[in-house]
Design a protein around this ligand. Sequence first.
Ligand code: GLA
Length: 379
Amino acid sequence: MKESIIQIFEKTFEEKPQFVIRSPGRVNLIGDHTDYNDGFVFPLAVDYAVWLALSPSSDMNITLFAGDLNESGTFNLETFHNTKSGWLEYVKGVAFSLQEKNFSLSGWKGCILSNLPIGAGLSSSAALEMAIIKAFAAVSQFSIEPEEMALLGQRAENEWVGMNCGIMDQLASAGGISNHALFIDCRTIEFEAVPLSHNSLVAILDTSTRRKLVASDYNARRQQCESASQFFKIPTLRDLSLEQLETNISMMDKTVGKRALHVVSENNRVLSAVDFLKKNDLKATGRLLLESHESLRDLFEVSSPALDQIVEAALESQGCYGARMTGAGFGGCAVALVEKDASEVFREQVIQRYQEKSGLKAQIYLTPATNGTELISLS
Ligand code: GLA
């Protein structure tokens, strides 16, 4: 990818780029729809990434060519506005949140190439946002930590793009650590790197289904969680225990109660999964993955037939400790924890079984955990 993006840059701008940035997507092992409830998540940065080659320019323009889409876009840092559609809005959103925090920005031109499937739940947008922040940091010469990058990217999504996402995707992309998953407390955004077992692999199971308009369903779930916190007069669902919830659930709106039950039990599952993984108990970790899937399917209602079928196919295949949908849901990818020695057989069996169940062709990516967004200086 590095050589390809350099070549594309040279072809587009007829000069050599000064910097290359690699910004990975993420897959979440466990803990979904918990981040915006100040809860716990356990993602890792993956081996699929957005690559960006760039050089400073002498004006205040940002000019970008997206190689895989064969599209270009440009805007001026002093006059840009929101057109509410397209990938360039993520770039503008990041410029907006940096400027709101008084970063002084200068112009640059660049090319993007990505092997992260778009809309598949692997956070291609967060990876793009983190790459753009690193690009501004390189060109405008400021240093920035992963936590701050993540908050800026989240603000871009919330206030510019209109997706009320939590902090997980941006933090996993910016702060990933090779061979580790990140146990993140989304209230403090502190994280601990937990080593992944040498005997296991993380498999991304792409259903090859994509769902548009995730933002409206997602934002609706977020509001239901807020209604649940209001019912208990607490800041967020992080502050609710399972006992308190179970005592009161019959008095709640049925849907709101189900959403809260998912979030509270999912937080507990993340804490247990972190403990089990530290003890290298892959079977117990895997069981929690399945419980998480069932909760997202039945209580939070964000799974889809294809996601349920691919999770079933994974569980029936050799070497699988556990599997679940991952990310926002409604389509896209599931994740599985797989015995390393069985991973090739696992891949073949999942593809075959998923095809039998759904008539669709799955893509299976076996991924190590990688480092987060990184800048490679070429001069
Ligand atoms: C999307 C959001 C994240 C998180 C997940 C669900 O990926 O961007 O902030 O809420 O959904 O866990």
